[in-house]
Design a protein around this ligand. Structure first.
Ligand SMILES: [Zn+2]
Length: 328
């Protein structure tokens, strides 16, 4: 009898559970359908992108407005006249550019002091010495998954050293296609440039990315000039970003008013050497930033600038700098 009663109770429980499940499915049915559709769509997007380039690091969605845990840490490293930006999210790390060859010791000791173990990505925005100068030393020191580099070569020793260092790791450059998205932990970034096959100025080969973490976003421009900015404006709708790394060290060649308005940054960063011989940044560029009341952080005044996003808010480890300039 006792056994029968138990059985009876358990089948009653099963029926009750069934009813609850049915009710739940009915209530959230619409959501389930759209989620299913979303995931199917994502699968399709990943497949088609993999077909194009055969890389497995593509992101299928924009992380905008996605709940994130932890922080995104962006360091604009003081490498004198040049660019080098370390980006970390959880265990994931990426380096955009590696300054000149003279900054090698400073750069390597900074990366070591920050406890960097390896890189998911290294980006060489373009082949100029103030961007790839110490990247060969970085590659000789740290393992990495993907090295993004534009499809352009130069005959300099610096470039040759970099190619050899990458080859010695048994790797090669990946040419990013404009529009492609990659994941960096819970952050993602989209390639916005270059989109043409050839340019007169090496600067315009610069890989430009927009990186998104939760509600925050960053625009990293390398040395892209206004011609590349125009191509980006013509190809992409949402260029808004909280932080804009000004193109080409604040030179007049970059940060066209149209591009600046489209990005509409809350903060600007200039990576530039003190008393540099190029007269960067220029009055033209700094006046644009000043007139829009955008706080500017600059490596020649603040040294290495660390900027932390929790996915909602961005904080800097230093106070903003001045709008002073070197050239016109
Ligand atoms: Zn440069």
């Amino acid at each position: 009898m006792a056994r029968r009663k138990k059985l009876k109770n358990s089948s009653l429980l099963q029926i009750l559970a069934g009813i609850v499940i049915l009710v739940v499915i009915t209530i959230i049915g619409g959501n389930l359908d759209s989620e299913l559709l979303d995931s199917l769509q994502k699968d399709l997007e990943v497949d088609s992108l993999e077909n194009v380039q055969g890389d497995d690091n593509f992101s299928s969605s924009n992380n905008s407005n996605v709940q994130v845990n932890g922080n995104l840490i962006v360091d604009f490293i003081d490498v004198g006249q040049g660019d080098s930006i370390l980006i970390r999210q959880g265990e994931h790390a990426m380096l955009i550019d590696g300054g000149t060859s003279e900054c090698k010791d400073d750069l390597l000791s900074f990366l070591a002091s920050e406890g960097v173990q390896r890189f998911d990505y290294i980006i060489g925005t373009h082949p100029h010495e103030d961007h790839i100068g110490s990247l060969d030393d970085v590659v000789n020191t740290y393992d990495f998954d993907t090295f993004l580099f534009p499809k352009v070569t130069t005959t300099t020793k610096t470039f040759e050293n970099l190619v050899n260092a990458v080859n010695n790791r048994g790797k090669k450059f990946t040419t990013p296609l404009s529009g492609t998205e990659y994941n960096l932990g819970e952050a993602s970034f989209k390639i916005l440039a270059p989109s043409s096959d050839s340019y007169q100025s090496l600067n315009n080969y610069s890989i430009v990315i927009k990186l998104t973490y939760g509600d925050n976003s960053f625009m990293f421009t390398g040395d892209a000039e206004s011609l590349s900015e125009t191509e980006i404006l013509n190809s992409y709708d949402d260029l808004s970003a909280d932080v804009l790394k000004l193109g080409h060290h604040g030179s007049t060649t970059s940060t066209s008013m149209k591009f600046l308005n489209a990005v509409s940054p809350k903060y600007a960063v200039v990576s530039v050497g003190k008393d540099n011989s190029y007269n960067h940044p220029t009055k033209t560029t700094m006046d644009k930033i000043k007139n829009l009341n955008i706080p500017v952080y600059r490596t020649d005044e603040q040294g290495t600038i660390e900027c932390i996003s929790n996915g909602k808010d961005i904080t800097f480890n230093v106070e903003p700098g001045t709008y002073s300039y070197m050239g016109d």
